[in-house]
Write a protein that binds this ligand. Sequence first.
Ligand code: SAH
Ligand code: MG
Length: 220
Amino acid sequence: MEIDHERFEAYLESFPEDMPEYLVNLEVHAKENGIPIIRKDSERLIRFMLTMKKPKHILEVGTATGFSSLLMAEYCPEKCDILTIEKDEERAKEAVVNFDKYDINHKISLQIGDADEILRKLSADASKKRYYDFIFMDAAKGQYINFYPYIMKILARRGILISDNILQEGSLLDSRYMIPRRDRTIHTRMREYAETLMKDKCLETVVLTTGDGMTLSIRK
Ligand code: SAH
Ligand code: MG
């Protein structure tokens, strides 16, 4: 029997919520306002990975209004810093308000701008070479493949790279000819990204159906 993902989500939601109340509220607020935040099962995966890895330096690409940054701040070690990048000014403004309120240990710093430029600068900075031991990629799907060379310069040895929305609502599994033309480019690029990760000899990568499809990579 195949697993029905809607029923799986309902199953997950049937468990008692154990996140702090402010995160629950932020999650509800984001969902009501159409902000594409991570899904419940992805939350669990990130929490698990943070507990296992205990990272010191986290990088997130795609802040939106700050839900996942705050989730990571909540479940990462006390002495851990998080740099998060967002290009949409309106969303970034809302994230700043949320960080001021809830990032009480001042772990998070936000850089507003295009990740392409910010990652390029980071990867050129010698002090950031192999610096980040936990990277969460959750921005414009078609751009991941462009970010990849920068990411590989700043990802630490034994560092974890998690990329979200790899399967594009499952439609990436469909036949190429069933996909509207405008979606094909992004699909091709997403496939290319997953393939690049899997082929990279410096990484070990697994593709999961978690959330909207995630890859989980570790630098060897
Ligand atoms: N990680 C968030 C959700 C992020 S949604 C959470 O789970 O709470 C993806 C975000 O990436 C959007 O807000 C979008 O504006 C941003 N984004 C897309 N392309 C970007 C780019 N090139 N540079 C910076 N941010 C980008
Ligand atoms: Mg996402």
